[in-house]
Design a protein around this ligand. Structure first.
Ligand code: PLP
Length: 388
């Protein structure tokens, strides 16, 4: 049965589809080897380099799969069996990298931080000295808790060691300035449905030249044929004769390409400001109701705002009522934080004032607390008037 009506997604992904991406889904179909597709993909490659702040000699492409394929592809390409992988792990997605590395036959160690705390760069430096990893992998913004890891400081210690540096930018790239070049990042990825607000199904990924040199010099084949970067290059790289690799999902390419253009045209600084204003307005509005930030401001991930719930609030019942009676989807905690927090998404098209105004209106009604909308509007205006 066809789903009826719109549901407002205030989740940490997927996000509402950008109108320009939605329109592009209706563009005419082309074959994956069609010149129009190659020309469009060439534009995507250039735009991805801007989005990721990547040098011109980086290799950018879209993988046909979600963000997890982006994660797995990087590890599979950059590590040969038995090589050492150090994962900075403070949540669900760090643990996923550990598991992927183990399945790929790498020798994996992790530097862990407590739930809701960022990774300590000094602990990474210490682990690098002891373990001499070939690859260090970190999640920039840990979606499961709403923590941003200090990627700049971690980058300094990884660069000094000579290891390759892989960054999960799923909750950050596209919503804030990002520079692979300045930080010396060798591999970064996201998912199309997160900060870009395209439909799920593609993983925009970028390899540095150093990373591609590593792939080219491997003595064992990449464990996954599908995401072998050298195989992909033959399809994506305009400098090579175009050859078939796999049948790319053309409509998703149109949609994601347009979503990337929309993000770049809006500007990454402007998008980051949009997120800052909203987060500040949401926290100020909710504080008198007993909601509090789960993560201190210094290491709070801007795009996934985790708030603790007031005592006695029935998390599951509230979110069910929001979805069923008001067509708003809100996400709770994961594992140990289930029932204790909500994770309010501020990525891409979710991060608009009118969406959270509607949320405040509904929440105020459910809590029997009038005035949330007025408070939200005033707090938003104040946030806009306050310099970052
Ligand atoms: N990494 C992070 C930080 C994520 O938040 C997610 C998804 O939420 C993923 C990786 C995996 O992405 P996907 O669900 O698109 O496979």
């Amino acid at each position: 049965m066809k789903p009826q009506g719109e549901v407002l997604l205030l989740t940490p992904g997927p996000t509402p589809i950008h109108p320009r991406a939605l329109a592009a889904m209706q563009w005419p179909m082309r074959g994956h080897m069609d010149p129009d597709v190659f020309a469009y993909n060439d534009g995507i490659v250039e735009d991805l380099k801007k989005l990721y702040g990547a040098p011109q000699d980086a290799f950018a492409s879209l993988l046909s799969g979600t963000g997890s394929l982006g994660m797995e592809a990087g590890l599979a390409n950059l590590l040969e069996p038995g090589e050492r992988l150090l994962v900075a792990n403070n949540g669900v997605f760090g643990r996923r990298m550990v598991e992927m590395g183990q399945r790929l036959g790498a020798d994996v160690r992790s530097v862990d931080a407590e739930l809701g705390k960022p990774i300590d760069p000094a602990a990474v430096a210490h682990a690098i000295d002891a373990f001499q990893p070939h690859v260090v992998a970190v999640v920039h913004g840990e979606t499961s808790t709403g923590v941003i890891n200090p990627v700049e400081a971690i980058a300094d210690v990884v660069r000094a060691s000579g290891a390759l540096f892989s960054v999960d930018a799923v909750t950050t790239v596209g919503m804030m300035p990002f520079s692979m070049d300045e930080l010396g990042i060798d591999y970064a990825y996201t998912g199309s449905q997160k900060c870009l607000s395209a439909p799920p199904g593609l993983a925009p990924v970028v390899y540095s030249r150093r990373a591609m040199e590593k792939v080219a010099s491997r003595t064992t084949p990449v464990a996954t044929w599908y995401a072998d970067a050298v195989g992909m290059q033959a399809y994506w790289d305009p400098g090579q004769p175009r050859s078939y690799h796999h049948t790319i999902p053309v409509q998703l390419h149109w949609a994601t390409g347009e979503a990337i253009k929309a993000a770049l045209e809006e500007g990454l600084e402007t998008r980051a400001e949009r997120v800052r204003h909203l987060a500040s307005a949401i926290l100020d509005t909710l504080a008198p109701e007993g909601f509090a930030p789960f993560i201190p401001a210094e290491w709070r991930l801007p795009t996934v705002l985790a708030v603790t719930l007031p005592p006695g609030l029935d998390d599951a019942a509230m979110r069910k009522q929001m979805r069923e009676q008001h067509n708003i989807s809100v996400t709770g905690g994961l594992g140990p934080t289930a029932g204790r927090i909500w994770r309010l998404g501020l990525m891409g098209e979710t991060a608009h004032r009118e969406h959270y105004r509607r949320f405040m209106d509904v929440l105020g009604g459910m809590l029997g607390s009038p005035g949330l909308v007025e408070r939200f509007e005033a707090a938003y205006d104040e946030a806009v008037a306050t310099p970052a």
